[in-house]
Design a protein around this ligand. Structure first.
Ligand code: ADP
Ligand code: MG
Length: 279
């Protein structure tokens, strides 16, 4: 068992060496994080290539959100380093955008205002008024909200609000989108639509994605690569990346195709073997 885990660790690490530097959007090396004496994760290394969709899959409490915050420059690792587009990262990068489970829209701004809001940060590259308007219109249209430009957050369904959050992120034309369980609060039908939309949009925008999820099917339908995060038994065991799968499954993916069913079984087997649970 221990040897197998070590092999898996090696598998997870080996892909570090296979990526070529110019092709890499985000890289984390030997990351370690904790709160006080509590270790949250240790020795985590991963990368996301440009235009690649990587899903970080794991049960609740294993440290996914904390890892995402460290990789996004929102928290500092105790050890290790994060590089974004080849440069060390210690604060959020203007070429990266974030989407969370809650859309976090500003209630006093309409859809156009909320989508434009992400373009107004001081660290954001300056753009002229026409470019700004074009980007907002294009993003609103792309997420299917044309005609709702003047609507306020209180008038939107959960799915629509999350579309606005996605448009706000895309309008910034990010190199990489960090997404932390962005569809977990949505009903199953809306969620399936949003998963396909996300893939379609990031392909169109040439954006890389690091998507955190506890949903195996979401990871399989969306990812180019899945990193399975887990932790050993015991309340204080740190999280780590235990397995990695590269998905060579044509899109659009069918949840019932033999490739998808096979991969789902492999992931479930790994979870059982490593005694990881997802909810
Ligand atoms: N501010 C904090 N202080 C202490 N522990 C924390 C804090 N934030 C999160 N944790 C703990 O870190 C662990 C990992 O949390 P998190 O990264 O949110 O996991 P996940 O996203 O995988 O569910 C959890 O056990 C959580 O209780
Ligand atoms: Mg989380």
């Amino acid at each position: 068992m221990q040897d197998e885990e070590r092999m898996m660790d090696n598998d997870a690490q080996s892909s570090l060496a296979t990526g070529e530097a110019g092709d890499i959007a985000l890289q984390g090396r030997a990351l370690h994080f904790g709160y006080g004496k509590r270790e949250i994760f240790r020795d985590v290394s991963l990368h996301v290539r440009k235009r690649e969709i990587v899903c970080l899959l794991g049960g609740s409490g294993c440290g996914k959100s904390t890892l995402l915050r460290v990789l996004a420059g929102l928290a500092q690792p105790r050890e290790g380093a994060v590089t974004f587009l080849g440069k060390p990262l210690d604060t959020p990068h203007p070429r990266a955008a974030l989407v969370f489970q809650q859309a976090s829209l500003l209630p006093w701004l309409d859809v156009t205002g909320n989508v434009g809001f992400g373009l107004d940060f001081a660290r954001q590259p300056a753009i002229d008024k026409t470019t700004r308007e074009t980007r907002i219109t294009k993003a609103i249209e792309a997420v299917g909200l044309r005609g709702n430009e003047r609507a306020y957050p209180a008038q939107l369904s959960g799915g629509m609000a999350q579309r606005v959050a996605l448009a706000r992120a895309l309008a910034r034309e990010p190199e990489l989108l960090f997404a932390d369980e962005p569809f977990s609060a949505l009903d199953a039908i809306t969620r399936a639509g949003m998963q396909s939309l996300l893939v379609e949009l990031v392909h169109r925008w040439h954006t890389a994605v690091l998507l955190v999820t506890h949903d195996i099917d979401e990871a399989i339908l969306v990812a180019d690569r899945i990193l399975l995060m887990g932790k050993d038994e015991g309340p204080n065991a740190p999280g780590r990346i235990v397995r990695e799968w590269t998905l060579d499954i044509a899109r659009p993916r069918d949840a019932h195709s033999s490739d998808v069913v096979e991969l789902r079984m492999q992931i479930l087997a790994a979870l059982r073997e490593l005694q990881i649970t997802t909810d």
